[in-house]
Ligand binder design. Structure first.
Ligand code: BES
Ligand code: MN
Ligand code: ZN
Length: 520
């Protein structure tokens, strides 16, 4: 899908060579009954007759009217232009055109267009017109090829928004694609191939580690999750260098559980199929890299993806097993279904070598976060106030919002155990916070944030599928850095802090003594 923008009045927009035109109309801009264009006169007359009101969700459709080139013209009210209102207006506009054959669509913004509004409108339109096709025998390809945005005003900011949206949509759709794919079409090796092909297309580096290299690094927690799977694990390292090598990178760590059965602590059967999106964090990292390759902002970013299945098996890790993480901390795995934190903790330790400005992990980590925040806002946990507020702001600006959650030390109480330095689960209470407290133990040496996307990366119900979140939030955060670098340098690497551990020096482990190790 290709996006472009033009400066046009509404009367010119309805003369453009388009199959359909969606007119986004805010409540406060009243139509002029004496206007030159037919649409304004229609809207004015309909309002006067009491047949139409400029309120949120109102839609009016016109078909093959004289004086208009597009066959379909749909007027939708964007109310006060709040993000949710723009999103639902675009959705209603597109739904009104659903059965029509639209290749070239116009999107006209009435009143003062803003970059943020255009980005929202374009990403909502892409979302509404997306459909998954990869594993269908007779896939229908997307008809919509071209979207021409028009507005009465024009500026560099609007052009920038269109360019940003183009890359954003490419990233979001890549993330959706991988999270939607069934687990037999999205194994750790498939994810690694995907990362390599994105890197190739965009000329940045991608390195993939397998079981041997990961064992050498001492990633005992990551390996414990993988040992029950016939699919070999992969540890994917992507490096985008858009700025000088002296600039500390932002490291993104994406949870890449390509299928989460729960392992020996097996999950109930209903809806277990949805656990194919347990690599939604990894998919969002791939999506961000895809977009970075198109936008080429002046920043450095590292992407890390620990990818494996979580399976029950004769070789699988058992409740009560104690493993040694790469950090040296020992972990008692009380519940094998709390596997995300186990793969992430070793990736977080690995992130230290990049001397990062900030490390952000993205994970479909807890059902408890779905209970706390639902599908609206991503859970944000951070030990660093500056980083947290940058991410919150990026969420608001992109419409891909998050909500900060607490990290009081008292929440870590339940992770204490007599048999290891830390247990991988606490009680049921505040489950998303205790999971974050676990990760925090491995993130002492840098500014760190954790995004729990269990609720936001997936849509349940009739329109079931991946959302591509939080690619929008992350891309906003990263591209802001290229525009205003000085503001972000406050998120500097922190001085190393000691982590409570009995043996912080032991860096290599023999993970599966006496047992077969599956290798690639
Ligand atoms: N992948 C799940 C979390 C999840 C649940 C994501 C629902 C999306 C929707 C994670 O690995 C998990 O199983 N977490 C457990 C943790 C518990 C055992 C402490 C959970 O949330 O139940
Ligand atoms: Mn799990
Ligand atoms: Zn999981």
């Amino acid at each position: 899908m290709n996006f472009e923008i033009q400066k046009l009045s509404l009367s010119r927009a309805i003369q453009a060579q388009l199959d359909a035109l969606i007119v986004l109309w805010p409540s406060l801009t009243l139509p002029n009954p004496l206007a030159h264009d037919t649409v304004s006169r229609w809207v004015a007359n309909a309002i006067e007759a009491g047949d139409f009101e400029l309120k949120s969700g109102a839609v009016m459709t016109l078909y093959c009217q004289p004086g208009m080139v597009p066959r379909h013209v749909v007027v939708v009210c964007t109310a006060e232009n709040k993000p949710g209102q723009v999103r639902s207006a675009v959705q209603s506009g597109w739904n009104a055109l659903k059965s029509a054959k639209i290749k070239h669509l116009g999107l006209h913004v009435v009143g003062d267009a803003t970059g943020q509004g255009i980005q929202l409108a374009l990403s909502s339109l892409a979302d509404a017109s997306y459909s998954y096709t990869t594993t269908l025998s007779k896939p229908k390809s997307r008809l919509l090829k071209q979207v021409s945005v028009s507005a009465e005003n024009s500026s560099a900011a609007l052009e920038h928004a269109v360019r940003h949206s183009q890359a954003l949509v490419a990233g979001v759709e890549l993330a959706k694609e991988w999270a939607n794919r069934p687990a037999n079409h999205a194994t750790p090796s498939h994810l690694a191939q995907a990362a390599k092909s994105i890197a190739k297309g965009s000329a940045f580096q991608c390195e993939v580690l397998g079981p041997k290299e990961v064992a050498k690094l001492g990633m005992g927690a990551f390996m414990a999750v993988a040992q029950g799977s016939a699919q070999p694990l992969r540890f994917i390292v992507m490096r985008y260098n858009g700025a000088s090598a002296t600039r500390a990178p932002v490291v993104l760590v994406g949870k890449g559980i390509t299928f989460d059965t729960g392992g020996i602590s097996i999950k109930p059967a209903p809806e277990m199929d949805e656990m194919k999106y347990d690599m939604g964090g990894a998919a969002s990292v791939l999506g961000v890299f895809k977009a970075l390759g198109q936008l080429r902002p002046a920043i450095n970013v590292v992407g890390l993806i620990p990818a494996t299945e979580n399976m029950p098996d004769g070789l699988a890790v058992k409740p009560g097993d104690v493993v040694t993480s790469m950090s040296g901390q020992t972990i008692e795995i009380l519940n094998t279904d709390a596997e995300g934190r186990l793969v992430l903790c070793d990736a977080l330790t690995y992130a230290e070598r990049f001397k990062p400005q900030a490390v952000i992990d993205i994970a479909t980590l807890t059902g408890a976060c779905v209970i706390a925040l639902g599908a609206v806002r991503t859970g944000l946990f951070s030990s660093d106030d500056a980083l947290a507020s940058h991410l919150q702001q990026a969420g608001e600006d992109s419409g891909d919002t998050c909500w900060r959650m607490p990290l009081d030390e008292e929440y870590a109480e339940g992770l204490k155990t007599r048999f290891a330095d830390v247990a991988n689960v606490a009680g049921r209470a505040a489950g998303s916070v205790t999971a974050a407290k676990f990760l925090q133990r491995f993130s002492q040496n840098f500014a760190w944030a954790h995004l729990d996307i269990a609720g936001t990366a997936w849509r349940s119900g009739a329109a079931k599928g991946a959302t591509g979140r939080p690619v929008g939030l992350l891309l906003q955060y990263l591209t802001e850095q290229a525009i205003r670098p000085s503001e972000f340098l406050a998120d500097k690497p922190k001085a190393a802090k000691k982590v409570k551990s009995s043996k912080t020096t032991s860096r290599s482990v023999t993970p599966t003594k006496g047992r077969a190790v599956r290798q690639a």
